[in-house]
Design a protein around this ligand. Structure first.
Ligand SMILES: O=C(O)CCC(=O)C(=O)O
Ligand SMILES: [Fe+2]
Length: 337
């Protein structure tokens, strides 16, 4: 297995190995600033309309009053950080031999570490979360309350995700529970840890991509920036409100909504002053699910369906197989008609 950045001599030496240095055309330059709409999930009168507008304008919004307590958010973030501070011999126990389905894995850069053109400046702890009772047995036991806290966190995130999707289905004119089925059955939680980087101008935490899921929900620190989005030919950095979650429209929502909602191209840059840890909850179709535009939407307008039906597994396999540039999937996998 690849060395984790968090333990390796790279950090101690304060130098960037060649494999992490981006080709000049991929380096990050000047960026503008943009504000991401903040949506009050308690404001039932307006939340649908605000979510729809933000999803259509930007493909990204933040939610507050989302029902997940600050205490649970803090507890979860603290145990995630503790995992990355564990001594290497403790951390290596996370990749358990009995975990044949790779339910819980800790690794560096990406799944394509051995073949990718350059490495990303991040370590990842990835947990499959569904079905929870099966998967939780393979999650870390150190810190000792890890499973209890992260189990509660995942249940809360799923509940919040479904509430957001109820808003979206109503905003699209579909029945309220349109997404309460195999379209949202697979859930993964990844913890991204971006260590301090001696020279952020030469590296990338996560290169530009659109999320392959239905939606991605992100808990990111308000005081350590890193995420940037691409809009109208320019990159923008933005701030995350304290105790808010960011919600990204994923490619599958683009398909189901027949292009009414658009995913946003984004990336993560590195930081020379602070390490950054984020939690990302993927709400995805099951691997066998056939994804296609909702009939009510493709039959309503003049344009007909804008996307072909496809099996999520076929899409996902191509998506994860792309070294470095996950956005390339949009060109190579022609799921558009
Ligand atoms: O770690 C972050 O800030 C965002 C990660 C992300 O975009 C992703 O995992 O798809
Ligand atoms: Fe993403």
């Amino acid at each position: 297995m690849a060395n984790l950045l968090s333990t390796s001599v790279i950090i101690a030496n304060r130098e960037i190995p060649q494999k992490y240095v981006l080709p000049p055309d991929k380096r990050t330059g000047h960026v503008g600033k943009i504000e991401i709409p903040i949506i009050d999930l308690n404001d039932e009168k307006n939340s649908i309309q605000h979510i729809m507008k933000a999803s259509q304008d930007l493909g990204l919004f933040q939610v507050i009053n989302h029902g997940i307590s600050n205490e649970l958010m803090n507890d979860a973030m603290n145990v995630f950080k503790e995992v990355f501070d564990l001594p290497p011999e403790e951390r290596s126990k996370i990749n358990m031999k009995e975990d044949l389905k790779n339910i819980c894995r800790i690794y560096s850069s990406s799944y394509n570490y051995d073949t990718e053109e350059f490495h990303f400046w991040r370590d990842i702890l990835r947990h499959i979360c569904s079905p929870l009772e099966e998967c939780i047995k393979f999650w870390p036991q150190n810190p000792k309350n890890y499973r209890e806290i992260v189990g509660a966190y995942v249940v809360a995130l799923k509940g919040m995700g479904m509430k957001i999707l109820e808003n979206i289905s109503q905003g699209l004119g579909l029945e309220k529970n349109y997404f309460a089925n195999e379209l949202t059955e697979d859930n993964i939680l990844t913890i991204n840890h971006y260590p301090i980087c001696p020279d952020p101008s030469l590296t990338i935490g996560l290169p530009k991509h659109k999320d392959p899921t239905l939606i991605n929900i992100v808990q990111a620190p308000a005081d350590v920036p890193g995420l940037q989005l691409f809009k109208d030919g320019q990159w923008f950095s933005f701030e995350t409100a304290p105790n808010a979650f960011l919600v990204f429209v994923g490619n599958q929502l683009e398909v189901v909504s027949n292009g009414k909602m658009k995913g946003v191209v984004h990336r993560v840059v590195t930081n020379s002053n602070n390490a950054r840890t984020t939690a990302v909850f993927f709400v995805s179709p099951s691997m066998e699910c056939i994804v296609k535009p909702a009939k009510a939407l493709s039959e309503a307008g003049d344009c007909g369906p804008l996307y072909k039906a496809f099996r999520y597994k076929d899409y996902f396999n191509i998506h994860t197989g792309h070294d470095g540039d996950r956005d390339a999937i949009l060109e190579t996998y022609n799921f558009k008609i």
